[in-house]
Design a protein around this ligand. Structure first.
Ligand code: SAJ
Length: 437
């Protein structure tokens, strides 16, 4: 069976590799020539566990080849980005372009599956009319539907195989054929449904998480006022067999949990009150964290004349607060900075007149990245943990105490070894811990 996977990103490339390992002849398509050229050399630009070990084998066996243009296939998988605009609307231009590129290739009996997270009705109202310009009719002449991924970056290859999956079809026959296609590598159960239910299912799953995280963030703010440790609170709540409160944090990033709820709210503005409020609560967390940093620096007794880390000596008593931020990706141990709440936090701190430097070992693409933890922390008044990367698990607090101007730490993830830090003279504040704030 020949499969054409359009979009070789976090989902498309692992999915293409899965079909190739299942013995299919796979053509991976991406408009980015660098991705295509690297893939044809058996290399990937994506940092994902296990992927760089998988790719050389399926490429050298000839099971996976890459091109910038699609070719004839028995099944077409569309896994291109569906970004969100500043007006919080879904940008479907990549999906539309990918769909149009299939039209001249479509033949009787083919399967077309959309995987990209999309507003409800995309398959029926966007893909179907474009594909039927081929003269073929969806359902009768070719199968059409929607089958979303639900994998977590960092564990994609494992979860693509083991997670249950939804196969939504424009008609029941399409759902059945799509389910059979994915059963070539999916070991989880595959549930057949209609395309609109599958589209809303994907959005609802991630919206459940965003609303749940908003609840956790609100509990964090309440705990700070009530003198409670929200981390202990949530751990105790979750001992209840039917309670699963998520974790607070400095905000919600990524191109899924932070985005998908808007795809529901966009078309259902009046019915999505809680969904939109949850988005605003999560999007307000960087500002809440910035106010905690201000609280910390406002309580520092700055000696009068002191050398500022930037080599600038400020007038008596007007030392500009210096903040070091560790981690800027949207979640731990990934290189993805999309919708990162920590980048928003850095911007807010600078707007509050603070001098901010940051370091993230996973980010290679941004010029402001310091060369290491000590370089970012040099001369700073507060060290903020933005992301709980494994690389930050055992910080050298003795060295940090020597390089920082004042010994304050703000942990936004309840991640750091507080006794080790306090042993070196640090004052540690944790988001959501009422007794710290
Ligand atoms: N976060 C919290 N508290 C929590 C959990 C997450 O603040 O309790 C924050 C994280 O710090 C991060 C954001 O939420 O900023 C989202 O992270 P996440 O790990 O919850 O989920 P994502 O964004 O990685 O979602 C991915 C998506 N899949 C891909 O990106 C390929 C999504 O489509 C999946 O449904 C989701 O994993 C999943 O299934 O877990």
């Amino acid at each position: 069976m020949k499969i054409c996977v359009i979009g070789l990103g976090y989902i498309g490339l692992p999915t293409a590799a899965m079909f190739a390992r299942a013995g299919m002849d796979v053509l991976g398509v991406d408009r980015n020539t660098l991705i295509v050229d690297e893939l044809n050399k058996g290399r990937t630009l994506i940092e994902e566990n296990g992927l760089s070990e998988w790719i050389p084998g399926v490429v050298s066996s000839g099971k996976l080849t890459a091109s910038t243009t699609p070719g004839c296939a028995d099944a077409f998988i569309i896994a291109v980005p569906t970004p969100i605009t500043d007006q919080k609307h879904a940008d479907m231009s990549f999906v539309e372009a990918a769909t149009r590129s299939i039209v001249p290739l479509l033949k009787l009996g083919d399967i077309v599956v959309l995987e990209s997270t999309s507003p409800v009705g995309t398959v029926e109202n966007l893909l179907k009319p474009i594909l039927e310009e081929s003269g073929l009719s969806a359902g009768t002449d070719f199968s059409l539907g929607y089958s979303p991924e639900r994998v977590i970056p960092g564990n994609i290859l494992q979860e693509l195989v083991t997670n249950d999956r939804i196969a939504g079809g424009i008609d029941a026959a399409s759902a059945k054929k799509i389910a059979a296609l994915y059963r070539t590598f999916v070991r989880g159960d595959i549930y057949e449904t209609d395309a609109k239910t599958a589209e809303l299912c994907k959005l609802a799953e991630n919206t459940y998480r965003d609303v749940n995280i908003a609840f956790a963030n609100e509990l964090a703010k309440i705990s700070e006022r009530q003198g409670v440790d929200v981390w202990e609170l949530i751990a105790l709540c979750n001992k209840h067999p039917r309670v699963n409160i998520h974790k607070p944090g400095p905000g919600v990033g990524g191109h899924c949990i932070a985005v998908d709820p808007w795809f529901i709210a966009e078309n259902n503005p009046h019915e999505s009150q809680m969904i939109r409020l949850a988005r605003h609560i999560n999007d307000d967390m960087p500002s809440h964290v910035a106010s905690i940093v201000s609280y910390i620096v406002d309580n520092i007794e700055h000696p009068a004349e002191e050398e500022h880390p930037a080599g600038v000596t400020y007038p008596k008593g007007v030392g500009k607060p210096a903040v070091a931020v560790l981690g800027v990706t949207y979640k731990p141990n990934v290189d993805d900075i999309r919708e990162s709440p920590v980048l928003t936090l850095i911007d807010l701190l600078e707007k509050r007149g603070m001098y901010v430097r940051w370091f993230d070992p996973h980010v290679k693409s941004l010029p402001d990245n310091e060369s290491g933890i000590a370089e970012a922390a040099k001369g700073s008044d507060v060290l903020v943990l933005g992301v709980d990367h494994d690389a930050f698990r055992d910080l050298d607090y003795k060295r940090l105490a020597q390089t920082m101007r004042h010994r304050n730490i703000l942990d936004t993830r309840n991640f750091l070894d507080i006794p080790a830090a306090t042993h070196e003279g640090f004052r540690v504040y944790t988001l959501g811990k009422g007794n710290d704030l």
